[in-house]
Design a protein around this ligand. Structure first.
Ligand code: PNS
Length: 163
């Protein structure tokens, strides 16, 4: 039984993340998508909102569950009984940070391996930050995120403008 976690901020989930989730759940028996609950990162969406959006867009995948987490990733992996961490690599610019993170995690818990999936070329430019910026300026994000997420982005930005 191979259990893996795919951790991230998912603020919000994009088609790039979904590509990694769909491909990973074919490789492993159980996939836990870990949603970081870290307010120091000042996310646009609360952890509950991010979990809800991820649950909606992965509802058809039987071996995937969405779980919020805080604290160290290695502790979360232990709690989820996962042996593998999955991360997506978009471009060479991701590599340095990902290498450092996987090596640190491996040092902290030598049983924990990190497996990298290269993001599909069609999503290699895509990031949650860019999507948020486009949405903030009223741009169309429908080719970057699922419809339900695009709608939430619109609502969130409207609500923020009112404050
Ligand atoms: O989507 P992101 O923001 O690139 O995901 C980063 C994440 C959540 C994988 C990373 O920040 C993380 O693992 N945070 C948990 C704290 C931790 O364990 N830090 C030490 C890892 S080197």
């Amino acid at each position: 039984m191979l259990r893996a976690i795919y951790p991230g901020s998912f603020d919000p989930v994009t088609f790039g993340h979904l590509d990694i989730i769909r491909r990973s759940c074919k490789i492993v028996d159980e996939l836990t998508v870990g949603v970081l609950n870290n307010n120091t990162k000042m996310p646009l969406f609360s952890v509950e909102e991010r979990v809800k959006m991820l649950s909606e867009v992965t509802g058809d995948l039987k071996n995937v569950r969405i779980v919020p987490f805080d604290g160290l990733l290695i502790e979360f992996a232990k709690k989820m009984q996962a042996d593998v961490v999955i991360r997506g690599l978009r471009a060479i610019t991701d590599f340095e940070y990902e290498l450092q993170m996987s090596q640190t995690n491996h040092k902290l818990d030598p049983r924990l391996e990190t497996m990298f999936l290269t993001t599909g070329i069609e999503y290699s430019y895509l990031s949650s930050s860019t999507v948020k910026e486009i949405a903030a300026f009223g741009g169309d994000v429908s080719q970057f995120v699922p419809e339900a997420v695009a709608l939430r982005l619109k609502e969130k930005i409207k609500a923020k403008r009112r404050v």
